[in-house]
Ligand binder design. Structure first.
Ligand code: NAD
Length: 503
């Protein structure tokens, strides 16, 4: 079954928003452009939704939550629908990957696997839908039956950044749907198209109208009214910490629960007893995969002094062979920066590092790439001589820029690793099991990888310590973020007790 829009030609594809099961334009037909970060072509026009569309989407999601087929559907049937969605994702994975690559500049070599893997979130949480159980409490009072029900929250806002649109959406949507919630999604203004293509699969799978809605637009115009909308019961946000704080404040004004997945400045710690070749690859995967545009980027490489010079030498040689190019080609290893503001930000930080006195050991400049007219490439860049107090060691750059910081021993490594406002992830490279366990225990981060980097799974919880976020996505307990507990008391006594006393 073909359910997706044909591949784009030179004429931009014109998208519509998806609200209440209908494909709609924004008021007055307003749109904004989506640029292909490799070619520089404007390849899509996306509805510029505002308050009117947000109102309609929140109303539709609320209506679908309280009436119609969704709330009366058995949990098993809900799970089966999610299973069907997973199947459709697999059948359409190549097309979805193409859209992500065109909209975002991510590598086809990565996206083909990533989009297929998305289906697992719907299978896993779909399987969980009919295993959400309450409890019968052996209550300490006579003649009472007390039990709990675990109930969905309502219409959930899901706000997603540009770096992995469908993956980060699925981390929210799969547990939310399994728990019986409905959703209004606002993708990033830079990468809206894959979510709109995904909505076609939701429709084809047979989800009732209003269960899944997409409003496209900008943070202030579309995101803010969504977060503050009275019919939105919960906000799940992934993005930068400045926007995250703003979303948290807005949600607090309406006493809404939030989950926040924010930025990072993750330490990737290389001890002198590591397998150096593995650690070199781990360092590269930590910072140059996805052009460093990942929240879990191992952007601070902590290297033990005793191997520092040899390690840097080997890393610079290896990273220097990275092949920049067209993200559609399976041989390309580093693609463009996704957005123009981000491209400028990365180059600005390279200038900051130079002003701070760090040494450029590799790259440090914009890159020219054959066939690309966007001008959005940056050379994989490595700074040595970095102190952890420098801005390039403390602030999230979100690009292919690595700061290498030497350390003396385990204690110093942990102290430097933890000396940041963030706590999203960390890497540890060592052959000592004692060191692996101790350092993993002592690093304050939501994920620690030992002798590997950048692994995620639908089964394993993901989230941040400190300023990197609130709550967890993926894994069994992610569903708790989309449930609330009700306690039900049933009186079985034949006589009514004293009404003036607490029972
Ligand atoms: P961003 O914060 O600029 O935008 C994220 C989303 O929030 C976008 O859809 C944007 O339109 C929306 N938004 C912005 N301001 C808003 C507001 N006031 N109210 C409601 N919505 C608003 O982030 P970005 O530049 O798109 O993404 C990069 C950031 O995302 C990085 O900091 C990165 O670390 C973070 N990130 C975190 C994770 C994680 O799981 N922890 C994963 C990926 C990316």
């Amino acid at each position: 079954m073909t359910v997706l829009t044909p591949k784009s030609s030179l004429t931009p594809v014109k998208y519509k928003a998806y609200i209440g099961g209908e494909w709609v334009e924004a008021a007055g037909g307003a749109t904004f452009e989506s640029e292909d970060p490799f070619s520089g072509d404007i390849w899509a026009l996306v509805p510029r939704c505002g308050k009117a569309e947000v109102d309609a989407a929140a109303d539709a999601a609320h209506k679908a939550f309280v009436s119609g087929a969704w709330p009366t559907m058995t949990a098993t049937a809900r799970g089966q629908l999610m299973h069907r969605l997973g199947d459709l994702i697999l059948q359409n994975a190549e097309h979805l990957a193409e859209i992500e690559v065109r909209d975002n500049g991510k590598l086809m070599a990565e996206m083909l696997g990533q989009v297929k893997y998305l289906a697992q979130w719907y299978y896993y949480f779909g399987g969980l839908a009919d295993k959400i159980e309450g409890a019968v409490i052996p209550i300490d009072k006579p003649s009472v039956l007390n039990y709990t029900r675990r109930e969905p929250l309502g219409a959930c806002a899901m706000i997603v950044p540009w770096n992995s649109p469908l993956l980060l959406l699925s981390w929210k949507l799969a547990p939310a749907l399994a728990a019986g919630n409905t959703a209004v999604v606002k993708p990033s203004e830079f990468t809206s198209c894959s979510t709109l293509e995904f909505a076609k699969l939701i429709e084809a799978a047979g989800f009732p109208p209003g269960v899944f809605n997409v409003v496209t637009g900008f943070g202030a115009e579309t995101g803010e009214p969504l977060v503050s909308h009275p019919k939105i019961a919960k906000v799940a946000f992934t993005g930068g910490d400045a926007s995250g704080k703003r979303v948290y404040q807005t949600a607090a004004g309406h006493l809404k629960p939030v989950t926040l997945e924010l930025g990072g400045k993750s330490p990737n710690i290389v001890f002198d007893d590591c397998v150096i070749d593995d650690a070199v690859k781990g360092a590269v995967s930590g910072i140059f995969a996805a052009s460093g545009q990942t929240c879990i980027a191992g952007s601070r490489l902590l290297v033990q002094q005793s191997i520092h010079d040899e390690f840097v030498d080997r890393l610079v040689k290896f990273a220097g062979t990275a092949k920049l190019g067209d993200p559609r080609l399976m041989t390309t290893q580093v693609g463009p920066i996704t957005t123009r503001p981000q491209h400028k930000k990365v180059l600005d930080y390279i200038a900051v590092g130079q002003q701070e006195g760090a040494t450029i050991a590799l790259g440090g400049k914009p890159a020219e790439v054959e066939g690309s007219r966007s001008g959005l490439f940056v050379q994989p860049s490595i700074f040595t001589g970095v102190s952890n107090r420098m801005r390039i060691a403390q602030e999230e750059i979100f690009g292919p820029v690595l700061s290498i910081i030497p350390f003396k021993d385990e204690d110093e490594a942990v102290a430097i690793a933890n000396d940041t406002i963030y706590g999203l992830a960390a890497g540890v490279w060592t052959q000592s099991i004692r060191r692996a366990i101790n350092v993993s225990n002592n690093v304050r981060a939501g994920t620690v990888w030992v002798n590997t980097y950048r692994a995620v799974s639908y089964m394993s919880p993901f989230g941040g310590y400190k300023n990197s976020g609130i709550g967890r996505e993926s894994g069994l307990h992610a569903i708790d973020e989309y449930l609330q507990t009700k306690s039900v008391w049933i009186n079985t006594a034949l006589e009514t007790p004293n009404p003036f006393a607490l029972r």
